[in-house]
Ligand binder design. Structure first.
Ligand code: FES
Ligand code: FES
Length: 178
């Protein structure tokens, strides 16, 4: 993963109304935006580009609700300045499904009832996706540890952990996690 220094943004920010061109890949599509150099990636994705699946809550890197994949690595988009995403491949929750086919983590969250208010869910799904790439057959304890950066106020985490274990087993339909 690399977060770039965007050469189109001058070292001295100068005019604080100025915006700068940003090009990156968002959910597989080449994407361009004009961004203020102090905008966060979260702000650009949600407010400018209207991919509102990604949520903001704490805006200081504590809750994980804003998690997106940056070149395959889960990161808090509230802590990334938009120009740092120049040339990066960003995946938000909207990019998980393949057309009408949900990703295995989405299927498992549904099957296991791992969603209540849903505010944390996009971040959890992105983190779960990345976690399972690194740890394809986790124990519940490994899931808890591997996803400790994502806070959920509603579920008590048990069904979330079940869902990630279930996604690892990857059979669709039903929640078979213990
Ligand atoms: S909004 Fe980014 S970590 Fe909480
Ligand atoms: S489902 Fe409500 S915060 Fe997690």
């Amino acid at each position: 993963m690399s977060l770039s220094s965007n050469p189109s943004v001058p070292a001295s920010l100068g005019d604080d109304q100025a915006t700068y061109p940003l090009s990156f890949t968002l959910n597989g599509k080449p994407t361009e935006a004009q961004v203020h150099p102090l905008s966060t990636l979260l702000e650009v994705v949600r407010e400018d580009l209207r991919y509102t699946g990604t949520k903001g809550a704490c805006h200081e890197g504590e809750c994980g609700s804003c998690t997106v994949l940056v070149d395959g690595v889960p990161m808090n988009s509230c802590l990334i300045l938009a120009p740092q995403a120049q040339g990066a491949e960003i995946v938000t929750v909207e990019g998980l499904a393949d057309g009408e086919t949900l990703d295995r983590v989405q299927e498992a969250f549904l099957a296991c009832g791992a969603v209540q208010c849903g505010y944390c869910t996009p971040g959890l799904l992105i983190s779960a996706k990345a976690f399972l790439e690194k740890c394809p057959d986790p124990t519940p304890e490994e899931v808890r540890k591997g996803m400790e950066g994502n806070i959920c106020r509603c579920t008590g985490y048990m069904k979330v952990v079940d869902a990630v274990v279930q996604a690892a087993k990857s059979s669709k339909g039903g929640c078979h996690a213990e």
